[in-house]
Design a protein around this ligand. Structure first.
Ligand code: MG
Length: 278
């Protein structure tokens, strides 16, 4: 009997360890504390026992590498085409203040320029199915978070990380396909730098009560190059930066908001973006 119980403990412990902060549709255990470092308060968080932005793969194993198949996905008949390479569709986008964007349209592809800031749709969206294609620079510069960094922000708020994660190690919950700081991808399905990649995202927005408390958390299902990397993940909170080892909390927001892409100082290119409202 004793041996059996010990075996069970090992099994459950192992499952918890392997779970990491990849979302498996359960309610994660979140612990928070602060430490004073150089007279500054620094926030720390763990999700299911693993620190946010943990860099030690012994504590936060990196996702296995999977080689994706080829081919992308054209817009279905009922989708809203947000960008198809035409100058007309480029007019669907502005900067975050609704002014003309400093991103450029070149060879039917759009990309940020120096300090151009985020780009966003004129139209606002809530729950949706989104298809988006992106390519990090072929000419590799920088490393970790500094290499081919961008991001897709659903409702201008929840970031699915875009990063050149091909043979480029960074913390698991910040690599390509991570719900930044909240959930690492199940596997690493990255293509080589310069190659076109896709995300297919099914997003259900969070709901809030009249006092701004979360009634229903957001959920994400994400395919990266056709490979499932977030499996109906219940987003445990916000994805914003709150120091090196903590993420922002949910904050109430309107029912519909623009879709945004990040300018993180790297010329990440975009093409073929379409959305279906849910
Ligand atoms: Mg980013």
């Amino acid at each position: 009997m004793k041996i059996r119980i010990a075996f069970l403990v090992v099994l459950v412990g192992g499952a918890l360890l392997l779970g990491g902060s990849a979302c498996i549709n359960n309610e994660p255990v979140i612990k928070e504390w602060t430490k004073v470092i150089d007279e500054k308060k620094v926030h720390y968080m763990t999700i299911d026992g693993i620190m946010v932005h943990e860099t030690d793969p012994a504590k936060q194993p990196l996702p296995d590498i999977v080689t994706p198949g080829n081919e992308s996905c054209d817009a279905p008949s009922d989708a809203i085409v947000l960008f198809d390479g035409s100058a007309e569709s480029f007019k669907n986008w502005t900067d975050t203040k609704g002014r003309e964007t400093k991103w450029i349209l070149k060879d039917r592809v759009m990309e940020p320029t120096k300090k151009s800031g985020l780009i966003q749709t004129k139209q606002e969206f809530g729950s949706c199915q989104l298809h988006i294609e992106w390519a990090t620079p072929e000419n590799v510069k920088g490393n970790g978070q500094g290499r081919g960094n961008s991001g897709v922000f659903l409702m201008s708020t929840y970031e699915i990380q875009i990063l050149d994660s091909y043979e480029n190690i960074t913390y698991a919950d910040g690599q390509a396909g991570a719900l930044y700081g909240r959930s690492k991808p199940l596997v690493n399905a990255s293509r080589k730098p310069g190659h076109w990649q896709s995300y297919d995202i099914i997003f259900h927005q969070p709901t809030f009560d009249k006092d701004g408390k979360v009634l229903r958390k957001a959920t994400f299902t994400v395919l990266h190059n056709g490979v499932l990397i977030q499996d109906h993940c219940v987003l445990s909170g916000g994805t914003g930066w709150r120091g090196p080892h903590a993420a922002t909390e949910y904050r109430p927001h309107p029912d519909k908001l623009p879709l945004q892409m990040q300018d993180h100082g790297n010329p990440v290119r975009f093409r073929n973006i379409w959305i279906r409202q849910l």
